[in-house]
Design a protein around this ligand. Sequence first.
Ligand SMILES: N[C@@H](CCC(=O)N[C@@H](CS)C(=O)NCC(=O)O)C(=O)O
Length: 196
Amino acid sequence: MKPQDIIAGKSSLWIFGYGSLVWKPDFKYKRSEVGYIEGYKRRFWHGDNFHRGNDESPGRVVTLIEDDDATTWGVAFEVSGSQLKESLKYLNVRETVRGGYITKMVDFFPHGEDRSPVQALVYIATADNPLFLGPASPEEIGAQIAVCRGKTGHNLEYLLRLAEFMRSSCPHVEDHHLFAIETAALTVVSYLLAAQ
Ligand SMILES: N[C@@H](CCC(=O)N[C@@H](CS)C(=O)NCC(=O)O)C(=O)O
C-alpha cells in the first residue's frame, strides 16, 4: 500500500511497532498504547544492511511471521492531522526504502480489560524480501547480533532495547525467542571481552 492510499479519507491512523519502533518511533504522534496483535510471531529473521549491519555483515532485525496461535506485543502510536503524512513519509524511507518492509493493516488490541481492537498499520518484511535471512538458532542469531553494526548503531543495542521494552512494558509476556537470543548475544559479548 502506498502512503497516500493508506491515509485516503483518514483523519487519524494507528501505527503498530514491534521492533525499533517501540523504543524509537522518531515521529510525532498524538498518543501511544501498549498492546498486541494476533496471528503473528516476532522473529529476528530479517536482515539489515543499513541501520544495524552492512552488505558484508548484515545485522538481524525483527519481522512478523504468520502464526494463527501467536500474539505479538508492542506499541501502537496514533497519528492525526499533519502527523499522518509526516509519519508515513518518514517511515516509508526508514522501513520500506531502507528496510524492505511492506505495509499491512491489522487489528491492534490495547492492553487492558475489555478494550476494543482498532485497525493499525504495521510494517512487515516478508520471506520474498531480498534481505530476509529466515530461521536460525538463538545461538547463531545472537552471535550475529553481537558483532554487527550499521549506520544507526550496534545491532546489540537494537536487541537489548527491545528486550528492555518487553521486560518493562510487557512483564506478563514470556518472549522465549527474544530472551534466548539476548542470552546468547550477551554470552558472546562476555567471551569477546574476556578474550581482550
Ligand atoms: N517494523 C518493525 C521493525 C522496525 C525496524 O526495526 N526497522 C528497522 C529497519 S531495518 C529500523 O527502523 N531500524 C532503526 C534502528 O535500527 O534504529 C517495527 O514496527 O518496529
